[in-house]
Design a protein around this ligand. Structure first.
Ligand SMILES: O=C(O)CCC(=O)C(=O)O
Length: 304
């Protein structure tokens, strides 16, 4: 059974820039996603350093695997190659992207118990500006998500505001100095719900995510999509064929729709930045919102 968005949900998404839906993902689909996630994580027992697929916490060892993120899960798994076009997701997104839907990127943020990594405040739009801002991410919590195990926080309505500076020392770092958005952060709300809760957040929405200090993991699958007629301004990885292969609903087009939206270019990159690791990119941000003493000590211990 699939369902689409109600008019009330469409209006709320337009106003707030996000939705939390608890009745969209059936148990059998959720269990299939969890099973495939766990199969992919098993690779961590074989490796000492990050791979194309696995972003590892600095404290990772093969005996005590600590995965921060499974990167681009749809490129490493037949199951997830299909799941980016999952009918239940397509039905929900169809009214938001009537021109068609292109997958932009995917990841599963693992936030393991006690060490689950934070993500500083940012807007996805700063990473990938497009010709129009019908760009969003769908999330599915794979574990129950409560205040204790590191929910994602969002600032309602911020998708209609500015695109903030995500640079530090002249390099794109994918994070915003929290002093620049104090008033916005004061309005932030956590997105929580039982395992299987589906979220949607607009690419321009301010969001961030705290450490998981609880004894429970908080795994969160994220799949970002753009309208078929939204063309990326900063890159076209894979050329036209590769670009068109990312269409998961509807047809590709050579006539982008252009709608004014505030943009910044996510360049230059720090020469030593680890491509695809938001944790590595954000590490150069000096004024951090989510770091605390416990975390500083843990990072230092992992480095020595
Ligand atoms: O894991 C989360 O809570 C969200 C993190 C996030 O915003 C991201 O990975 O871009």
């Amino acid at each position: 059974m699939t369902r689409t968005l109600t008019q009330e949900e469409l209006d709320r998404y337009d106003r707030d820039g996000y939705l939390v839906i608890t009745d969209a993902v059936p148990q059998d689909r959720l269990q299939a996603v969890i099973q495939e996630t766990e199969r992919m994580c098993a690779e961590a027992y074989q490796v000492t350093a990050g791979t194309d697929m696995l972003d590892l916490d600095p404290s990772h060892t093969p005996d005590k695997p600590r995965i921060r993120r499974i990167k681009s899960h749809h490129e490493h798994s037949d199951f997830f190659a299909d799941f980016v076009a999952e009918p239940l997701i397509m039905e929900i997104l169809a009214p938001l992207m009537p021109s068609g839907i292109r997958v932009h990127n995917t990841k599963i943020n693992m936030k393991s118990a006690e060490v689950g990594e934070s993500v500083e405040w940012h807007q996805d739009w700063a990473f990938y500006p497009h010709t129009n801002d019908d760009v969003l991410a769908v999330g599915i919590y794979l574990d129950d998500c409560t205040e204790e195990n590191g929910p994602m926080f969002v600032v309602p309505g911020s998708h209609k505001g500015p695109t903030y500076d995500h640079h530090e020392h002249g390099y794109f770092c994918g994070a915003i100095d929290p002093d620049a958005i104090k008033d916005e952060i004061a309005k932030a709300v956590p997105l929580m719900g039982p395992a299987g809760t589906l979220t949607i957040h607009h690419a321009r929405l301010l969001h961030g995510s705290a450490f998981n200090r609880s004894g429970r993991s908080r795994r969160f699958l994220l799949q970002a999509y753009a309208a078929a007629d939204a063309w990326p301004l900063a890159d076209l990885k894979g050329g036209l064929d590769g670009f068109n292969e990312k269409i998961v609903h509807g047809e590709p087009t050579l006539t982008p729709r252009v709608v004014p939206a505030p943009i910044r270019i996510p360049l230059p990159l720090r020469p030593s930045a680890v491509v695809g690791s938001i944790y590595s990119n954000q590490s150069i941000l000096e004024n951090r919102f989510f770091d605390d003493v416990v975390e500083q000590e843990r990072k230092q211990a992992a480095e020595t």
